[in-house]
Ligand binder design. Structure first.
Ligand code: NI
Length: 186
């Protein structure tokens, strides 16, 4: 029985968050163990989405669970996810990120996207998503490309956040809030 483990989530301004992740070629034991750990880490945070690079593994893997708090879990895994179509219509959603804890901002993105990906059995899928799923997929796929949600904000706002986290990183070890507000950290 493989042992699941919590992994450390890396936090802004960690440069590894800017890495472009590599595609997964073979879904082997190591990848399955990583996915298990990602779920454990994501649920513990708690967050609704996590990209492998957030636990410092530069592979194109995303875990997600958009189920409401008291509903049963709906774990989803996206391997090598890729946006194949974006709607011209946009919407605004307040986003957060486990790698930028306790910071939230409104981000404008396409309302709907088509995403192709592989499941854990290596089977290819393409889905059309809207609402929170579309937002979350775009946020996480951005992570696999080294892009953060603050990159979608004005330069002024982005610079302020980066400065704040640089300062915090200097002062202490990485901030690790135990209590997350009841919002979506992706
Ligand atoms: Ni994020």
């Amino acid at each position: 029985m493989p042992q699941m483990a919590l992994r450390d989530i890396i936090i802004l301004p960690d440069k590894r968050l800017r890495a472009v992740s590599d595609p997964v070629k073979t879904i082997d034991k190591e990848i399955r163990a990583l996915v298990d750990d990602m779920f454990e880490t994501m649920y513990a945070a708690p967050g609704i989405g996590l990209a492998a690079i957030q636990v410092a593994v530069p592979k194109r893997i995303v875990t997600m669970d958009l189920a409401k708090k008291d509903d049963s879990k709906e774990p989803r895994v996206f391997i090598n996810p890729e946006v194949t179509w974006s709607s011209p219509d946009k919407s605004v959603y307040e986003e957060g990120c486990l790698s930028i804890p306790e910071y939230y901002a409104e981000v404008e993105r396409p309302i709907a996207v088509k995403v192709k990906y592989m499941d854990l059995d290596g089977k290819a899928h393409e889905i059309e998503a809207d609402g929170l799923l579309a937002t979350c997929l775009q946020h996480e796929i951005d992570h696999t490309n080294g892009v953060l949600f603050i990159d979608h904000l004005s330069k002024l706002k982005r610079d302020m956040v980066v400065k704040k986290f640089k300062k915090a990183a200097k002062k202490t070890a990485t901030p690790h809030p135990q209590e997350q507000p009841n919002a979506h950290e992706l």
